[in-house]
Design a protein. Structure first.
Length: 619
């Protein structure tokens, strides 16, 4: 997704998405604030209930189709290579499949660091209950010729994206797992860079398998493995597209899958027969409305715009001519930028998003689902999605779209769904920046985690998939159910720690992330403190003071050492602040109040910096 994360030396990625060149050679004027309006808080309050924990980086969750006895299971892909079956009542996790030994070595800058590759998608065959088939999308080392490649002869791909078919014997038995020897390869695709892998798999109501692919990576859809004008606008190559194939067929060039004869570009010169839609940068997640069959796509943007699209057969979604509804300038060797489109700047048939927001609000859109459950009637029919993390707070964000008020049939429509996966023939109004709302969260200011994905169970209820680091390492991954605000949900807080937050600032590569939960009665404070790139830690505390001010110690999180840690430094539960603390905190309720009003911070002390090497305000 090309986005800077919390831990592990990932500031190296910031250059791919920041700083606009001050003097573009082509004369286009960059927009400094493309969408001035902030995302408002909505009127659908929700709570988040923990279902499972100690995953790594969960990024997709789906139900098992056709097996009534497995309706209480959610199958979750973990980026590090595990396919989990999670019991939604007990939280028990069971490994259905382990593909970790197939994956590339994760961590762009080494273990513990950001990566977009890995185990990215899973989909069950519509007839799974009878045939036991499922499909996975993985990032694997280069191993043999690809079915599709944009690389010049002699150049080697960074990795290959592979779609595999697997089989589960006795598929509806609760103890059945994937046969590890059943893998059948459908597709092998060369990927020029480590990023923009997309990787979502979904079957539509038409029974066909849809696959999302990014533009090949790097930035601005240019460089090695990118054709002139960008892969996104070249429908003769596979990158920057959503494919539609028949895994039960065999008329593809490699004989391993079928190409439906009603695909929009079948037989057209200059187009791949497999393509359903194109013009995407990184459609990391898409899903189908379980009631209408309409396709909802979240396409991760470059430097400015995140977008939500509705998928239409044969649609061109604009990248890299546009980023969102704005024109895009790749700007040569400098960072690309958006500018206001003028008449005739771009083809008139490009499809704009139905909703978009800029990077004042987030960093990378994370697609979800249209809610069709029963527990939240006011949310029914609304698209639920979010953002990886807010650059201001470091926390993921949870959003929903207002409902489409009615069906329109006049020139402002942007598409006809008669050729869509639903076949509904419905027309929708194009509403630039259709209203996005942020969920009010019960008893917590924000998610306090990096948002990685969503899941949908057999009853249409939705789940948040997240972890503390935003990387495919560690065991901080959680599955949280979206429920009604019952007023009984613990309060959650978090802090992102760096040397820049110290007073005065400390020049260090060390970083950290802290997560706190206060129970409803405000009698227990549960904490977890993760650190990276730090040596000889001697203590860690919660201090009382606003940002930019040093304050006394109120709660000890760690003491002893010195220790060198790259992971969990401290975790546990405390029922009282430190005795006689200078913050005058008498109980956990006082600590909670300080956390809630910005009056508390976490400080990690080392031998080299006994006053504190990294610090972060609790929010």
């Amino acid at each position: 997704m090309n986005k800077t994360m919390h831990l592990g030396g990932l500031a190296m990625l910031a250059t791919l998405l920041t700083s606009i060149a001050s003097a573009p050679a082509n004369g286009n004027e960059p927009l400094e604030d493309p969408i001035p309006r902030s995302i408002p808080e909505g009127r659908v309050p929700i709570a988040l209930e923990a279902v499972a924990e100690r995953l790594t980086a969960p990024n997709w969750g789906t139900a098992v189709p056709g097996c009534a006895n497995l309706q209480n299971r959610l199958v979750v892909t973990d980026q590090d290579g595990i396919l989990w079956a999670i019991h939604l009542t007990t939280g028990e996790k069971r490994v259905l499949l382990d593909v970790s030994d197939r994956l590339v070595s994760l961590g762009v800058a080494g273990p513990g660091t950001f990566d977009e590759r890995g185990f990215l998608g899973v989909a069950f065959h519509p007839e799974f209950a009878d045939n036991g088939l499922l499909y996975t999308y993985t990032s694997e080392p280069v191993d043999g010729p690809a079915d599709f490649s944009t690389l010049p002869a002699g150049e080697t791909a960074n990795h290959q994206s592979i779609v595999l078919e697997w089989r589960i014997p006795d598929p509806c038995h609760p103890d059945s797992v994937v046969d590890p020897d059943s893998a059948r390869e459908l597709l092998r695709i060369d990927e020029p860079q480590f990023n923009h892998d997309a990787g979502a798999l979904n079957f539509g109501m038409d029974g066909k398998l849809y696959i999302s692919l990014g533009d090949g990576g790097a930035a601005d859809d240019q460089g090695g493995g990118h054709v002139p004008g960008g892969n996104g606008q070249d429908p003769s190559n596979i990158l920057g597209t959503i494919l539609r194939i028949d895994p039960d067929g065999s008329n593809a060039a490699n004989g391993q899958y079928g190409i439906p004869t009603d695909n929009p570009f079948v037989g057209q010169s200059g187009f791949l027969d497999e393509i359903f839609a194109y013009g995407f940068r990184n459609p990391f997640r898409f899903s189908f409305d379980s009631r209408t069959g309409e396709m909802w796509i979240a396409d991760v943007g470059q430097n400015d715009i995140e977008e939500i699209d509705v998928g239409l057969a044969g649609g061109n979604y604009g990248w890299r001519l546009k980023e969102g509804s704005f024109c895009f300038d790749p700007n040569g060797n400098d960072p690309g930028f958006v500018f206001e489109c003028q008449p005739d700047d771009v083809p008139a048939d490009l499809i704009d998003p139905i909703a978009e927001y800029d990077h004042d609000e987030g960093t990378a859109v994370i697609g979800g689902f249209v809610y069709r459950g029963i527990q939240l009637p006011s949310l029914r029919g609304r698209y639920v999605f979010g953002d990886l993390f807010d650059p201001a707070s470091g926390s993921g964000r949870l959003f929903y779209l207002e409902r489409n008020p009615r069906i329109f049939k006049f020139p402002s429509v942007f598409g006809d769904f008669s050729d869509s996966p639903s076949g509904s023939g419905r027309l929708f109004q194009l509403e630039k920046n259709r209203r996005i709302f942020e969920f009010p969260l019960a008893n917590q200011e924000n998610l306090g985690l990096s948002l990685l994905g969503f899941g949908q169970d057999a009853f249409g209820e939705l789940y948040v998939l997240a972890n503390m680091t935003g990387t495919p390492f560690g065991d901080t991954g959680v599955v949280l159910k979206i429920t009604r605000d019952r007023g009984q949900i613990p309060a959650r807080f978090s802090a992102h720690l760096s040397g820049d937050e110290e007073v005065p600032p400390v020049d260090t590569q060390a970083q950290g992330q802290a997560l706190f939960t206060v129970n409803q009665a405000a009698t227990e404070l549960t904490f977890k403190l993760i650190v990276a790139n730090i040596e000889e830690v001697i203590a860690a505390h919660i201090h009382c003071a606003p940002q930019g001010v040093n304050g006394p110690i109120g709660v000890t999180l760690f003491s002893g050492g010195p220790v060198t840690v790259n992971g969990i430094l401290a975790e546990g539960t405390t029922t009282t602040p430190d005795a006689g603390n200078a913050c005058t905190w008498d109980d956990i309720a006082d600590v909670k109040a300080a956390m809630g009003n910005g009056g508390a911070y976490v400080n990690v002390h080392t031998l080299a910096h006994p006053a504190g090497e990294i610090r972060g305000q609790i929010r």
